[in-house]
Design a binder for this molecule. Structure first.
Ligand code: HPA
Ligand code: MG
Length: 215
């Protein structure tokens, strides 16, 4: 089991210490993971992934929409590593979209609502890139869908994994950026009803934010 950075309950930064867009200031409780730390951790994940997985063509599969920032930075680090380590493999990208969330509660209903034809992943090493794993059920469904296209190998990297011992299906991804408290988080492309994607740091939303942007 790969290690990760564990963020303890209550281990947060004051939002006053960071630049927060003014339109979100009143709706956040605290900063959980500053963007700089996300990028530093992502660089190391890219190295670990390349060492394990770059033995043949690699396809990185982005889980939209929340995974797009992480996917973009991780891909950049993988491409840099590939270009400088003396050994390289063809690297390509694709996108998939599964939806399981409305408001701040997880529904059991998980469906594919977008993405491309995945027939190109047949026989290749596939890296699924996800923003956050909560109960693990969305990823179990994703793995079912992806394996139907007969990839050579599938690994999963998630930037965040929530500590949800009571709700969780016990699924753990192959690579994890951070293990985080069971709080509703937003920012770095992770949304609450489509809001907060335009926030650099991963933050904890407050009660006012949950109310303000409820659909
Ligand atoms: N924030 C946004 N989306 C999510 C979360 C979260 O904390 N958990 C599962 N999906
Ligand atoms: Mg997601």
């Amino acid at each position: 089991m790969a290690g990760c950075i564990k963020i303890e309950d209550g281990q947060t930064f004051s939002k006053e210490m960071f630049c927060i867009p003014q339109h979100y200031e009143d709706y956040l409780e605290s900063v959980l993971i500053p963007k700089g730390l996300i990028l530093n951790r992502t660089e190391r994940l890219a190295r670990d992934i390349c060492r394990d997985l770059c033995h043949g063509p690699l396809v990185a599969l982005c889980c939209l929409k929340g995974g797009y920032q992480f996917f973009s930075h991780l891909s950049e680090f993988i491409i840099n590593y590939n270009g400088t380590s003396g050994h390289s493999v063809p690297f390509s990208i694709d996108f998939i979209r599964l939806k399981s969330y409305e408001n701040d509660g997880s529904t059991n209903d998980v469906k594919i609502v977008g993405g491309s034809d995945l027939s190109s992943i047949k026989g290749k090493n596939v890296l699924i890139v996800e923003d956050i794993i909560d109960t693990g059920r969305t990823m179990e469904k994703m793995l079912e869908v992806v394996s139907q296209y007969k990839p050579a190998q599938v690994k999963v990297v998630s930037l965040l994994v929530k500590r949800t011992p009571l709700r969780s299906s016990s699924y753990r991804p192959d690579y994890i950026g951070f293990e985080v408290p069971d709080r509703f988080v937003v920012g770095y492309a992770i949304d609450y009803n489509e809001y907060f994607r335009d926030l650099n740091h991963i933050c904890v939303i407050n009660k006012e934010g949950i109310e303000k942007y409820r659909t």
